[in-house]
Ligand binder design. Structure first.
Ligand SMILES: Cc1cc2nc3c(=O)[nH]c(=O)nc-3n(C[C@H](O)[C@H](O)[C@H](O)COP(=O)(O)OP(=O)(O)OC[C@H]3O[C@@H](n4cnc5c(N)ncnc54)[C@H](O)[C@@H]3O)c2cc1C
Length: 466
């Protein structure tokens, strides 16, 4: 059973509900080690600020460690390049703050234990991530180490373990819990990381980022996304630009893929290059409550609901994780004749009969992103044109995690489970193949936006209306 620290004057600046003790113990005077994983930033990072406070109180150096895991959940060179470019900026920022940054590669639990044996830390701090494999790494490392191990939720505005202790049914059940607690968490941002005293504890030269990228052996055939600049500075610029130009039209136009009304922040949020809390605070500061409401619903309620889904549902990426009514109805319609059935290769190559679907898929392959509304259509059609819901889940997750810059995220697993398995949704009128799962079609899209314009924009050589 996990516990929260009963009281600690060392975290006077932070709500103690952000911290979960994975291993009890008394901190010694060794260096403090922050195992950074999901929150790859210096600014507004609760885990880093907390780790520094522990190091300062013990008069110890501070190490930030990142462990690269080859072929992490199917990530390609595209995602690794974006992440490593952000980490390179982070390393030089930390170096100026006299904080060492060490990159390890291999099985993270083993590498962290090995590194800890070498530098003999007085305490370990990690950030929070509800994905199964990340939880397993943290729990394994904590079990093997004999020092205090503290997990800090630096990703969610209301810490995931604190907002709810169980799997939520949908936005309507988590929203009141978030509303009740948001006042305790939203306003306080972590204190800025200070220049750390003492001698620089790290290596003389920065890591060889190129060599590290090569060593990961990630599929180089999927090119980097040049239009989205990685790093904390670029993330803040993207936020400013959205607040200046996008926020006021977000409510009205966010479901139109031809409009530039979404924030485009998901890659930065995914890699933790910006804090969701910072995004929320700056949005609220704009003072336009009506414009902010729709955006904060997605940024806070939907995003934190996805973390809740992955934390409390061990089957978040398979039909076993669907609600009972959805499993039953999909089962009832398992034998329904499908008008079209495509293989994974046909989906991947955007070779379906549907130009709208193909355009969305081709756009994702080329640019590493797909508009939020089209992601729903895209996922629904994969269910409709697959032999089984199980196959549909596999295909959607494979493509999403391989091509989306923000893939391998709880939002992705929850979004795909919503499309295929009615997760966070309710039963709808029954129909072929879908049963009571919500259905989407071309006509519905055409009633919301100019479908031809969207297809023409993403299909090389396709003139509008052609
Ligand atoms: C099939 C499918 C796959 C998806 N895959 C991913 C994925 O891999 N990674 C990912 O981050 N999101 C995913 N989403 C959720 C959502 O579509 C994206 O977060 C959003 O489109 C990202 O664009 P944005 O940052 O401009 O969003 P904005 O509309 O500007 O929203 C701001 C932020 O709120 C959060 N958010 C918005 N919509 C949702 C949502 N429906 N669920 C949870 N959080 C949300 C995101 O963190 C987003 O960056 C998926 C949705 C579906 C239906």
């Amino acid at each position: 059973m996990l516990s929260l620290p009963a009281r600690s004057d060392r975290i006077s600046f932070m709500n103690p509900a952000r911290v979960t003790v994975l291993k009890e113990g008394a901190q010694t005077t060794g260096p403090v080690l922050y195992w950074m994983s999901r929150d790859q930033r210096v600014a507004d990072n609760w885990a880093l600020s907390y780790a520094q406070s522990l190091a300062l109180s013990a008069g110890s150096p501070l190490f930030v460690v990142f462990c690269l895991s080859p072929n992490f959940l199917g990530a390609a060179a595209r995602q690794y390049e974006f992440m490593l470019a952000g980490l390179a900026q982070l390393e030089s920022r930390l170096r100026r703050l006299n904080i060492a940054f060490k990159v390890l590669a291999g099985n993270p639990a083993e590498e962290i234990v090995r590194f800890a044996k070498r530098i003999k830390p007085g305490a370990i701090v990690s950030d929070f991530d509800p994905l199964r494999i990340k939880m397993e790494w943290r729990f394994e490392a904590a079990a093997r180490l004999k020092i205090p191990f503290l997990e800090v939720d630096a990703h969610n505005i209301i810490p995931c373990r604190a907002v709810s202790g169980k799997l939520e049914y949908g936005a309507y059940t988590i929203r009141p819990k978030i509303k009740k607690r948001i006042g305790d968490f939203l306003d306080d941002l972590p204190p800025a990381v200070k220049k750390h005293p003492g001698e620089y504890p790290g290596e003389k030269n920065p890591p060889d980022w190129r060599r590290l990228l090569k060593s990961l052996g990630a599929a180089p055939s999927i090119p980097a996304v040049k239009e989205i600049v990685p790093g904390e500075k670029a993330a803040r610029a993207a936020l400013s630009s959205f607040l200046d130009q996008g926020l006021s039209k977000y409510d009205e136009a966010r479901n139109d893929p031809n409009e530039d009304a979404q924030s485009g922040l998901s890659p930065y949020l995914h890699f933790g290059q910006i804090s969701a809390q910072r995004v929320a605070v700056e949005t609220v500061r704009r003072g336009d409550a009506a414009a902010a409401a729709a955006f904060l619903e997605e940024l806070i309620v939907r995003r934190e609901l996805a973390d809740n889904f992955c934390l409390y549902n061990p089957f978040y990426d398979s039909p076993r994780g669907f609600p009972a009514w959805a499993r039953e109805t999909l089962n009832d319609h398992l034998k329904d004749a499908r008008e079209y059935i495509y293989t994974t290769e046909e989906f991947e190559g955007a070779r379906t009969h549907d130009e709208l679907w193909n355009a969305a898929q081709a756009g994702m392959v080329a640019a590493g992103r797909m508009h939020g509304y089209m992601r729903m259509y895209w996922g629904k059609k994969i269910l409709e044109w697959s032999e089984t819901p199980e196959q549909a889940m596999r295909t959607a997750i494979y493509l999403n995690d391989k091509y989306e810059l923000d893939g391998r995220d709880p939002n992705g697993y929850a979004g795909i489970a919503w499309c295929v398995g009615g997760v966070h949704d309710r039963p709808w009128p029954e129909r072929k193949v879908f049963g009571k799962i919500r259905f989407m079609n071309w006509k519905g899209c055409a009633s919301k936006f100019d479908v031809e314009k969207y297809i023409a924009g993403l299909t090389p050589g396709r003139a509008r209306g052609g």
